[in-house]
Design a protein around this ligand. Structure first.
Ligand code: AMP
Ligand code: GLY
Length: 422
């Protein structure tokens, strides 16, 4: 089977790496890819926001399966265009990708499916926002209703800052979702689905804030690890039964079945498990660690989901141990990342690690930065401590002027300091 992957992040690099381990995958192409992906497989240029261009490329490449990585092409209808052309695609259609593309739509589906989530108000005016902020109280949670690359959410005790973010979103033409604050640790659970059957992967934790101890603004994600030793043992089954399956059933009932990966962002609050958000794709950087642990062949799994044949797929298999991913970000990320700086790696690869590229490109023979999140170091080890040590040893050998990364990825989990209340 020949697989075409759409996207250019470290998530796509992780997908490429996993597909290359699958004997049923004979060829992998990534579009547009980046400097590191181009070392591992063929790359081709494409405008990821253009479903017609993606379809033309898939035809030219004679791809047996297209895997769409990012949300932008999905929300733009890439899966619909590919299906219309008779090309097998892993990723939801436009009307199902709205689970990510519109936070108010996701809330409506959750309500209809009886899925537990934060109370919320969808607001169209500053007066609505002010009333909702007063209703829920601090800490305030204000979300741009539309896609915002992980940067549309503000969580703050400062009412003025909450109002200012809401006003900026409203002025840019978006509606705004104001939510009740959810306490407790966060979990990301990816569920592979064909629109009927749900197959959950291993849960992971992501680090959204730019700074150590969760300081500073939200980012696309600064690091991740899996598994979660501290999570309740029945968590995955509970979420599959009470959240994923009812959501997938509700989408099918509406005539807009969701097939692909349903990314469930959860908070384990003192009042129980609550959905923070849905995404319609694999999460970045959690995917880097989750796929590093998956030993089931990925190409066969994604093709089975795309064909509607998940019910007969064998149970998923995982390696022992743990995986930690640390993101290296450019100077100025997330506000205004600087690009064009050379990236130099000294010494040989640290055993158990891989460097997965995101915002990189070639400038002559030199790899240079080309985006905010530049690369991910993903490590596997016998336990969390081993995986952390390897990831941090490897990242110390990567040189990029002004770059920054968090030194506390998976640190609390390693020290056994994550506590559940309630
Ligand atoms: P979202 O894009 O909706 O996932 O929000 C990004 C991040 O903001 C989440 O991962 C949480 O860390 C935080 N967040 C979002 N909604 C809430 C909430 N209702 N309560 C507390 N934190 C939240
Ligand atoms: N890990 C956060 C995201 O992919 O949205």
């Amino acid at each position: 089977m020949k697989v075409l992957i759409i996207g250019s992040g470290a998530r796509e690099h992780a997908i490429v790496t996993a597909l290359l381990r699958d004997d049923s995958v004979t060829e992998v192409v990534c579009a547009p890819g980046n400097a590191g992906i181009a070392d591992d497989c063929a790359v081709a240029p494409v405008d990821v926001s253009d479903p017609a261009a993606i379809t033309v490329l898939a035809r030219e490449q004679a791809a047996d399966l297209v895997v769409v990585g990012p949300e932008v092409p999905l929300v733009a209808g890439a899966a619909d265009a590919l299906a219309d052309a008779g090309i097998l695609c892993f990723g939801p259609r436009e009307d199902a990708a709205r689970l990510e593309g519109s936070k108010s739509f996701a809330k409506e589906v959750m309500a209809a499916a009886g899925v537990p989530t934060a109370g919320s108000r969808t607001c169209a005016t500053p007066e609505d926002v002010a009333a909702a902020l007063d209703e829920y109280g601090a800490p305030h949670v204000v979300k741009d209703d539309g896609l915002a690359a992980g940067k549309g959410v503000v969580v703050t005790n400062d009412r003025q800052a909450a109002l200012a973010h809401a006003t900026a979103c409203l002025e840019a033409g978006s509606t705004v979702v104001v939510e009740e604050f959810l306490d407790g640790p966060e979990v990301s659970l990816f569920c592979i689905t064909d629109g009927t059957t749900v197959l959950p992967l291993q849960p992971a934790q992501d680090f959204k804030r730019v700074g150590e101890d969760d300081a500073g603004p939200n980012t696309g994600g600064m690091g991740a690890y899996t598994p979660l030793d501290w999570a309740p043992s029945g968590l995955v089954d509970e979420v599959a039964r009470d959240i994923a399956q009812p959501t997938i059933d509700e989408m099918r009932r509406r005539g807009t079945p969701f097939a692909g990966v349903l990314y469930i962002g959860l908070a384990l609050t003192s009042k129980g498990t609550r959905v923070v958000e849905f995404n319609a794709r694999f999460g970045d950087p959690e995917t880097q660690s989750v796929l590093a642990m998956l030993t089931t062949p990925l190409g066969e799994l994604l093709a089975a989901a795309a064909r509607g044949e998940l019910a007969s797929h064998p149970p998923l298999e995982w390696r022992d141990g743990a995986s930690v991913t640390v993101v290296l970000a450019a100077s100025g990320y997330p506000a205004s990342p600087r690009t064009g700086d050379p990236i130099v790696v000294d010494g040989g690869p640290v055993p158990g690690t891989a460097i997965l590229h995101a915002g990189t490109r070639m400038d002559g023979v030199q790899v240079v930065s080309a985006g905010g999140r530049v690369l991910s170091v993903v490590a596997v080890g016998e336990d969390l401590a081993g995986a952390r040590a390897a990831a941090y040893e490897q990242i110390a050998h990567i040189h990029l002027d002004g770059a920054h990364y968090r030194r506390d990825i998976a640190a609390k989990a390693e020290r056994g300091e994550i506590t559940l209340t309630g």
